[in-house]
Design a protein around this ligand. Structure first.
Ligand SMILES: [Zn+2]
Length: 302
């Protein structure tokens, strides 16, 4: 048998909304893959966007995990433990160190003083088309975001364990994305790479809607020696579940009164059923977590 490194993965929710069916499906799928491989599972909560965090959303993460009946090996035991010991705010110097490494590379980052309204007015897709790159503004000036300059021909190739070989055109997907926000807080892509490197993550399971983020993270990680190990991470991108209108659900589409999957459904069975469908397992595999785990033992994925 060839030597294979133990699987280390993570559940990585953001406390910026109640977790919906899609999040729960991702949790269960990740849990199944890790448990089948006798791997290690972290709970890693992305809270860099503190403006959108609400205590109820943070509580909801722990409640949803309990409700699903899944477990994790490392991470906060509850909201209080999270704030005290696990918040990303405790790791700001590490994120800044990565940003400083990126900054040392010629032409990689530039300062941008545009407002969100200006960016959206220039390009409805939100892709940056402003004139800041040619202005060489001071990165250390107050109220200045840092953007990564993504050359137009940038292609990020990788093999996904579920989707097969992929080549993401980063400039077309994201354009010059923000790596440090105007308030000086590192952007999601930075925190995500640094956290995964620190945790020793070897497997990332996420929805196909995050393929552009995966490409951005791999591209950034390839730029510094400290983050190069991130490129060894195995990837599983799963398809998304259709929403009630047939469209794909995302957290930003949730209604203000939406309380998330744990209040929408009397039991987690619809989650297990959705995972069974995603994995093309027999219908009865979706009746319980135990049935799902048992059926997954012999399934083909990863
Ligand atoms: Zn700008």
């Amino acid at each position: 048998m060839p030597y294979s490194a133990p699987i280390v993965s993570r559940l990585a929710p953001t406390p910026s909304g109640y977790l919906h069916l899609g999040n729960a499906v991702n949790f269960v799928l990740t849990w199944l893959i890790v448990r089948r491989a006798y791997g290690v599972l972290h709970l890693r909560i992305d809270d860099l966007d503190r403006a959108r965090l609400r205590p109820a959303y943070l509580d909801n993460i722990f409640q949803t995990i309990d409700w699903l009946g899944i477990d994790y090996d490392h991470g906060p035991s509850g909201p209080e433990d999270f704030e005290r010991n696990f918040s990303q705010l405790h790791h700001l110097p590490e994120y800044q160190q990565f940003l400083d490494e990126l900054r040392r590379q010629t032409g990689l980052l530039y300062a941008c003083t545009c407002s969100r309204t200006q960016v959206l007015a220039q390009s409805p897709s939100g892709h940056y088309t402003g004139s800041c790159p040619s202005k060489t503004l001071n990165l250390d000036a107050p109220d200045t975001a840092w953007r990564a300059f993504v050359p137009p021909t940038t292609v990020v190739p990788f093999t996904d364990l579920w989707q097969g070989p992929l080549a993401i055109e980063l400039a077309r997907e994201l354009g010059d994305f923000v790596v440090r926000k105007k308030d000086g807080i590192p952007a999601y892509q930075i925190g995500s790479v640094v956290d995964d490197v620190r945790l020793g993550t070897t497997l990332i399971v996420r929805g196909v809607d995050l393929l552009p983020s995966t490409a951005a993270q791999r591209w950034l990680a390839s730029k510094t020696a400290d983050t190069n190990s991130f490129l060894q991470t195995r990837l599983v991108h799963h398809s998304l579940l259709p929403g009630p209108d047939g469209g794909k659900l995302s957290k930003s589409q949730q209604q203000p009164l939406d309380r998330g999957i744990i209040t929408e459904s009397t039991s987690p069975r619809p989650v297990f059923a959705a995972v069974a469908r995603l994995l093309k397992l027999p219908e009865e595999a979706g009746h319980s977590l135990e049935a799902l785990r048992s059926a997954f033992e012999t399934a083909a994925i990863s």
